[in-house]
Design a protein around this ligand. Structure first.
Ligand code: CP
Ligand code: NVA
Length: 300
């Protein structure tokens, strides 16, 4: 594995390898076993959008692995003033051992990989969020014992999270149902691929989608960059919420997941979030372990 640009680039075997290493690194970290697999390595972290989990888990992860991480805000980089990504890629390749980037266009991430000569990790684009879904699959396996055979229902916007969940879950043998408003569906090519390669449905009916789900998942109604549409989206997405009515039709032991940050009373009811805080914050913790595994696989 050279880069992590999107999950569709990975085989199920590669995903399993990442998850197995993530479990091992989590075990070692909980048991005080040092694992300086990236001693002396340097990761640049380019952020064109805000972040709590991604920034801190990558920075802490590099420290755990014996390397170091540089936070590179686009407000300060020349990239924010128009320096092309192909030049940035070639320059940073001379200083660093890897780059994590959070940006808008997927093409920028792909271009960094094309023009640079070091591993590139996608820390979220408008199109996908592969690091999050690797942590999600790790968490599902922790809670359910196995990944294949479980049904994940995603309620809300057909955004970057929905796209990556569809790809990751279908590749790993899960059934996926998406409930979203008519004009807010996930990427058409991803849905086509999912329907051809697994058990996949996309509907506007939340309760139909959630029926017998093992995992209920949601994300914000307005993503980063869509702040101007927030008021309109609140009206359109009303009803696309994980609440007790939705929980009632899912399996009795269904887990609830959220990539965070959460908006209580919008995509998730406060009581459901608090009742499933263990699921959701274990999921957030697993960002650290899953990303450390990715860093080792591309940079060691
Ligand atoms: N889930 C996630 O990526 O969180 P941040 O935006 O805080 O990094
Ligand atoms: N869909 C959200 C995910 C945040 C982790 C966004 O892009 O803002």
């Amino acid at each position: 594995m050279k880069h992590l640009l999107k999950l569709s680039d990975l085989t199920p075997e590669e995903i399993t390898e990442i998850l197995n290493l993530a479990d091992q690194l989590k075990y070692e970290s909980k048991n005080g076993i040092e694992h300086h697999r990236l001693k002396g390595k340097k990761l640049g972290m380019i952020f064109q959008k805000s972040s709590t989990r991604t920034r801190v888990s990558f920075e802490a992860g590099m420290y755990d692995l014996g390397g170091t991480a540089l936070f590179l805000s686009s407000n300060d980089l020349q990239i924010g003033r128009g320096e092309p990504v192909q030049d940035t890629a070639r320059v940073l390749s001379r200083y660093l051992d890897g780059i994590m980037i959070r940006t808008y266009k997927q093409s920028e991430v792909e271009d960094l990989a094309k023009y640079g000569s070091i591993p590139i990790i996608n820390g979220l684009t408008d199109y996908c969020h592969p690091c999050q879904v690797l942590a999600d699959l790790m968490t599902i396996r922790e809670y359910k014992g196995v990944i294949a055979g479980n049904k994940l229902c995603y309620v809300g916007d057909g955004n970057n999270m929905a796209n990556s969940l569809i790809v990751g879950c279908i590749k790993m043998g899960m059934a996926v149902s998406i409930a979203c408003p008519e004009n807010y569906k996930p990427d058409a090519d991803i849905m086509k691929w999912a329907a051809e390669n697994g058990d996949f449905v996309c509907t506007t009916d939340v309760l139909a989608a959630a029926k017998d789900a093992d995992v209920l998942y949601t994300d914000v109604w307005a993503s980063m960059g869509q702040e101007g549409e927030a008021a309109e989206r609140k009206k359109i997405f009303a009803g696309y919420q994980i609440n007790s009515d939705v929980m009632a039709v899912a399996k009795p032991d269904a887990m609830v997941m959220h990539c965070l940050p959460a908006h209580r009373g919008e995509e998730i009811a406060e009581d459901v979030l608090e009742a499933h805080a263990n699921d959701i914050f274990d999921e957030a913790e697993n960002r650290l372990h899953a990303q450390k595994a990715v860093l080792c696989m591309v940079m060691a």
